[in-house]
Each structure stands twice: as structure tokens, then as C-alpha cells.
Design a protein around this ligand. Structure first.
Ligand SMILES: [Ca+2]
Length: 159
């Protein structure tokens, strides 16, 4: 079997996604097609990852399209789409890695793995001061509780 380099793999992935996204088969990806394609990617990631990534909204997709639409046609041809995919997976030297999906996933995982347990420990220390029984509450339950509170707070903030 021929071993493909990372960029060759990404090019293959981009080719496959391109034909999947190009719903009207006109050989270009417009804003609507790009949005549908990205929602599918995020849906797949959210199903297989222990964290939730916020899928891009309409404005983010418009920005993305403008950024990679090198010739200003209002849609992406395959080469433009390929550049876009390379950025999304963190392979594009011209784009910031922090904007890529792996960076986002790592960021969210780090948040889940570090921030929530830390908050849970702080909460437990606080509860123990107020009420000794908190000592018996398992840390896992507190992490779960803190994460739940965080989600509720985030939903409220977004409104
Ligand atoms: Ca199209």
C-alpha cells in the first residue's frame, strides 16, 4: 500500500468533501453549501468527541468564504476550498493554527480537563467550609455539576 503524506491525505479528504458539499454539482461551493458541509463536519466531531464544539453561524461562514474566495467570485472552486480545508485542519502555513479545528478541540478538551475539575475542587473547599458534609460528595459529581452550571450560564450569555 502506498503511504500518503499528511497533505496528500488532506487533499483527498478535501476532494471527497468538495463533491459532497457541491450539492448542485456546478463545480463550486457557495455560502449555503459551505455552511451545510461545515455543519456536517461539526456534527460528526461532536458525536465522536467528549467535548461540544459550537458550529459556525451564518456570519462566520460568510467571513470564511470571503477569506478563501481568492478570485472574488462569491464561491469556492476546488483549489480555494482545499486551502480552506487545510486551514480548518491546521495544515495551512498562511493561517493561524489557533483558528483551526484541532486547536479548538484541544482548547475545549483542556477546558474540560483542567478548568472544570479545578472549579469543582474550589467549590468543594467552599462547601466544606460552609457545610462539612460536602467532604463526602465525590469530585466527579462536582465536576459534572460545575460543567452543567457552565452550560446553563453559556446559554444565558448567548441570548
Ligand atoms: Ca455548488
Amino acid at each position: 500500500m502506498v503511504k500518503l503524506s499528511k497533505s496528500q491525505l488532506v487533499r483527498q479528504l478535501a476532494k471527497k468533501s468538495f463533491s459532497e458539499c457541491d450539492l448542485d454539482k456546478d463545480g463550486a461551493i457557495d455560502a449555503k453549501e459551505l455552511h451545510v458541509g461545515l455543519l456536517l463536519v461539526y456534527d460528526k466531531l461532536n458525536k465522536s468527541l467528549p467535548v461540544h464544539l459550537q458550529p459556525p453561524d451564518h456570519d462566520t461562514v460568510q467571513d470564511l468564504l470571503r477569506k478563501y474566495d481568492a478570485d472574488g467570485t462569491g464561491h469556492l472552486d476546488f483549489e480555494e476550498f482545499h486551502e480552506c480545508v487545510r486551514s480548518v485542519v491546521g495544515l495551512n502555513e498562511k493561517a493561524k493554527f489557533t483558528d483551526s479545528l484541532p486547536a479548538m478541540v484541544l482548547g475545549r478538551m483542556a477546558l474540560k480537563m483542567a478548568i472544570f475539575p479545578l472549579a469543582a475542587v474550589a467549590l468543594k473547599a467552599l462547601l466544606c467550609q460552609v457545610h462539612g458534609a460536602a467532604e463526602k460528595v465525590p469530585n466527579g459529581a462536582l465536576v459534572f455539576g460545575v460543567e452543567g452550571l457552565y452550560k446553563v450560564a453559556k446559554v444565558k450569555l448567548q441570548r
